[in-house]
Design a protein around this ligand. Structure first.
Ligand code: T5A
Length: 207
């Protein structure tokens, strides 16, 4: 597989949607072929799994069920979107990937690292992201940003702040473990500064 695999991670309200626009514009302006995708989702069955996972009416799920659904969607995503995109030499930009499972299910839901690592070995033994941009924002600040958004909170956004704190700490820990893959961006800064930092990271790692 050639191409370049770029993932975007962060807690709730970190500004990933906004960051995706910055990334797309940067890639377009340099004529780099790319595709944007997301997890959970990115394929037709994956989007159906996403609906189930995010819908508050789904109610509580056993953490392991939740993790396996994330990886079921990811397996389709790898097979139908990510691998073909990379094989075609594209920059594949995914809004979340396995680091989200480590943060949300591993740390947030308390499953630990082992099941996440085991499933990653099954689903993508040969491939990790080439670059992961972690948008880091204090939990309360992120939640304040998404409060009042139309449609109401999804299943994850309804979680208590102690859950979100575990997610944030796990992301930062992972970034410390893999400094060559992660770039941590202070997403508490004003939008213009965050955008400049994202462009600088792309220039450094991808240009
Ligand atoms: N999940 C996912 C798991 O539990 N395990 C997994 O393995 C995977 C893959 C769906 C959920 O699934 C979970 C995690 C998630 O809870 P999602 O679709 O990525 O994942 O959902 P969200 O994290 O909720 O992403 P959103 O797109 O809804 O939110 P964003 O992208 O973080 O925030 P965004 O860009 O919409 O910004 C929110 C608001 O803040 C403003 C924006 O304008 C917007 O109004 N904003 C700023 N304001 C001031 N300063 C800044 N720097 C700002 N940046 C953004």
């Amino acid at each position: 597989m050639s191409g370049f695999f770029l993932t975007l991670e962060g807690g709730e309200g970190a500004g990933k949607t906004t960051a995706l626009t910055v990334i797309s514009e940067w890639l377009e302006s340099r004529g780099r072929p790319f595709l944007l995708t997301r997890e959970p989702g990115g394929t037709q069955p994956g989007e159906r799994i996403r609906e189930l996972l995010l819908d508050p009416d789904t109610g509580g799920l056993a953490p392991m069920t939740e993790l396996m659904l994330m990886f079921a969607a990811r397996n389709e995503h790898m097979a139908r979107v990510i691998r073909p995109g990379l094989a075609a030499g594209k920059v594949v930009v995914s809004d979340r990937f396995t680091d989200a499972s480590m943060a949300y299910q591993g740390a947030g839901r308390g499953l630990g690292r082992a099941p996440v690592e085991a499933l990653s070995k099954l689903v993508h033994p040969d491939r990790l992201p080439d670059l992961t941009l972690l948008l880091d924002v204090p939990v309360e600040q992120g939640l304040a940003r998404i409060r009042g958004r139309s449609g109401g909170p999804d299943r994850f956004e309804q979680s208590e702040s102690s859950f979100m704190e575990r997610v944030r700490s796990a992301y930062l820990e992972q970034a410390q473990l893999e400094p060559e893959r992660f770039v941590v961006i202070d997403a508490a800064r004003p939008l213009q500064e965050v955008s400049d930092r994202i462009r600088a990271a792309l220039q450094e790692r991808l240009a």
